[in-house]
Design a protein around this ligand. Sequence first.
Ligand code: CFM
Length: 548
Amino acid sequence: MEANTHFPDPSQVREELIQKYPTKVAKKRAKSIIINDPQIIPEVQANVRTVPGIITQRGCSYAGCKGVVLGPTRDIVNIVHGPIGCSFYAWMTRRNQTRTESLMDANYIPYCFSTDMQEENVVFGGEKKLKQAIQEAYDLFHPKSIAIFSTCPVGLIGDDVHAASKEMREKFGDCNVFGFSCEGYRGVSQSAGHHIANNGVFKHMVGRDNTPSEGKFKLNLLGEYNIGGDAFEIERIFEKAGLTLISSFSGNSTISQLENSHTADLNVIQCHRSINYMGDMMETKYGIPWMKVSFVGAESSAKSLRKIAEYFGDEELKAQVEAVIAEEMPKVKAIIDEILPRTKGKTAMLFVGGSRAHHYQDLFTELGMTTVAAGYEFAHRDDYEGRDVLPKIKVDADSKNIEELKVLPDPELYNPRKTEAELEALKEKGLEINGYSGMMQQMTKKSLVVDDLSHYESEKLIEIYKPDIFCAGIKEKYVVQKMGVPLKQLHSYDYGGPYTGFEGAVNFYKDIDRMVNNPVWKLIKAPWQKTGATNGVSKGLEASYVTQ
Ligand code: CFM
């Protein structure tokens, strides 16, 4: 990729970002603020503890386990063992949509289940209350499955959610009850919760139903959580192309699909960070290869469909995929031709989670826009630099805290879907089999890559680069907008979407066009920018606090 020369010198920017920090903090942060070179990818410090006092955008392990990975499956009763706030504030906030086949089908996503732990339970133990809650949920709903999620106090007082789950599972006989030790403090971010969730889904669900699945080209979609209906659009495309989706992990999924997912012949991974563990474990135990794809961006969607067809190696499928692309693309092209002259040459910054900061760059490229800086909140080095660095990553004490399951080939069910030679041949054709080359290889030389961007650093970056759009979440949104820069939420999509596939790309182009070409941003003056301000303090600023 060409060097981007018309932007500030990134080494100076880095200096400016860290100069206000105390020396030790500055030294640590500098390792996470990297000047990109797609040819010789530099090392990024990632997945390490945030320095206390710095305002991070990260979440907790419980959020990654319950909210992210398990939350979107609709027919598991997810009980949060903990104080009510952990459950209430995570209730229906992630926009993971679902669609039951009939109105009679179970869907517990709208419910908020909690043991409502009180001081008494913290002092004397909460297992009794947990078992009561499990019983109550069972009596009310008779669900196929109940999952228990541990919050911080559960680990601190030592409640054994696994023993309680086992006892109730054996008591019921017809309900799969299992627990997660996903206390909020378990890791440095929600990323730990993803790993814990993968382990639990793999141990307690995958492989329980061996009924052979129907379909010629059977695959699972891993790491797609159906935010704003993204999975619905991918499902539409798969169906049109003649692909059979056995299970999604876990947007718009059911427990039965997950239990039968090992009957698929390919796992495609959308979000590498949250679910790569599952891809590896299913490969080892059942012989199902995984392949990195992306359905964010029209071009990426077409490319991913072609890769899937190449994997199955069937001429009819390849022809069908080409027919789908030929039908979908002209509609996308018509919109982009209209919008591109208005978006071309503009700049974007993306600081999101552990995967979208990479994938959404494709949509901006399609809009003729340049990503000048990007980073993840909680991804690991492999998401930045590619999986080749995996053997070089130092496993620190925080990562050691999370169980690594020992997985072996299943004596009966292991069935390699492709031979080693076939896999090699596919790799030579450019398919990323069991691999991912990360975000940095795609970014321009001298663009800035920042891991776990702090609130302070985001404000500095905006001051220096003045990007046309900043992509992040609700925590950043209003501060950034008060600086006169539109913020696109790439977690919740600002209540829009879907943004995947062909129809999603069109939605995205239109939303971004409206945002970056809206003159209102240039007219905004935050209170501290109004005349009369000295040292950033406005004389005319009306404070909302009470003075005496
Ligand atoms: Fe994967 Fe996600 Fe993301 Fe993620 Fe998330 Fe999300 Fe995200 Mo918010 S699973 S890493 S923990 S793509 S909730 S659907 S948008 S931070 S970039």
